[in-house]
Design a protein around this ligand. Sequence first.
Ligand code: M6R
Length: 609
Amino acid sequence: MCGIIARVGNGDSVDTLLTGLENLEYRGYDSAGVAVQNGHGIKIHKQSGRVEDLATDLRERQPKGNVGIGHTRWSTHGPPTDENAHPHSTSTTNVAVVHNGVIENYDTLREELQAKGREFTSDTDTEVIPHLMEEYLEETGDSETAFRKAVEELEGSYAVAALVDDEDVVYAARQGSPLVLGQDEEAGEYFLASDVPAFLEYTDEVAFLEDGDVVIARPDDLTVTDLEGNVVEREIERVDWDPEETGKGRYDHFMLKEIDTQPTALSNTIDGRIDPVEGTVDLEDFPDGIFEDVREVQLVACGTSYHAALYGAQSLKQAGVRAEVHRANEYELSSGPIDEQTLVIAVTQSGETADTLGALRRAQDKGASTVTVTNVVGSTAAREADEALFIRAGPEIGVAATKTFSSQAVALSLLAHRLTEDVPDADTRDDVTEYLSALHELPDGISEILDRHKAEELSRKYRDSDAYFFIGRGMANSVAKEGALKFKEITYEHAEGFASGELKHGPLALVTQDTPVFAIFTGDEEQDKKTRKNAEEAQARGAPLVAVAPEGHEAASIADEHLVVPDTHPVWAGLLANVQLQLVSYYAADQLSRPIDKPRNLAKSVTVE
Ligand code: M6R
């Protein structure tokens, strides 16, 4: 967790660092800080609270420095206090360090350093790094060697950047946590950051660094080496993300912007991959026959990605392919036998979720073939899996995943389609033309909802409820779960998602006239009949019923409210229903004045287990 940024160049770094931190704040927002080097020592400014508080403070103090590092924190070791904020240093302020990751052997290192008389002022694992560096600096007199030696002592995961007093240099290294390099060679300017949006306003030339890489960046000069000091080449790529995509534009919140841009995101997901007229799916990197040895599919994911995995897995199950969805953090215990005929699909927006990477690595150790379905090119999952299918949703900044759920569910459904073409005895769809045509029109269906929804009014009506329940069957069950996750995540209200039929096995005890039930109908008659019965059982106990259902659906006639799902194939109806639920969550949270893009205690990318 946490976001780090470093910048070296010929002008002042402070504004660039602050912009970078604002763009990285989705990774953690407990505290923030920067350190700059300006020829008169290292100046550190850090405090608990948001980046905007830090920015206000810095505007008054106006520190300057052409070389600097910055950090925005999601607490793992110690509460969000000024002392625990990064950058960390020593009593001499000879060295300053920012870090994302977890140093697993920090206890031992700290004890050893304390035995040498070193004093610690924070609860963080990170603080061992500046002390180690200073120890080695005193021993060797060479800061690059000191940095390497300090890094060699670390066990666990890190993306780390360091300044040394009186040197126009940033030292950086990565092991298990993301670190991206940005360069504007003409300006002699280099950036290091946890993610591309941090510096996208300044350059689109990036290199995705690898584990074991050490970077020595000076104005006009950059070297990347391995830990032993051998120079390594890292390919510079141009990212085609528009810097505007990383800003809020006319929106109050990234979440609403990201809900609203779903038609474009989804069009990008399917662009060039489906031909509704021919009835074909063409996924680059997945040629005919690639899956012919697969006998079982296991999908691993967390949070919203888990719900997208549940959605996608339904298509595989319906086609008779053995498919199971596992919470990545339980995979070690839940996976059952894995062998070379198992295909493991790691679903992760960020490609950096530690739980999901853990499951992916476990699958690889057991000999499974692996695919990741991810949004982030160059992410750890994209690099470690055998193959990657990119969802192409564009950057998602709001902590609540919205557009990426839709794009993941669609990408997974297309992957499922490709699998059923290869896996022996799988049933391929007999309605493929209708299925793909409806998918082709799905972005328009979303636009229709965005143009004429009544989410604001509806969320006001149910604003004082005790709890909110979401129910659905099959694909609609995964949408019910996702609807509830979104609702609780940003409103802080109690919300639960269930399989429709499960309500009567316990949760019904919670149902009262103050617990609205959102029931999701897809237009699949057989399934909808059962959901309707379960919805009526809740209604009989006084619950207000909100039917999220196609226009003219019979459930609308019994419901207190109807959120309309535009006409589509039942396979895609759940995704349209989900957009309605995203909007309800958003407006409910807005009416409660919640910090929608940065819900308490959470962060966008969870890089700790
Ligand atoms: O980057 P990932 O898709 O691996 O992230 C997984 C979850 O942490 C994420 O979906 C989380 O549940 C979202 N904040 C939900 O909105």
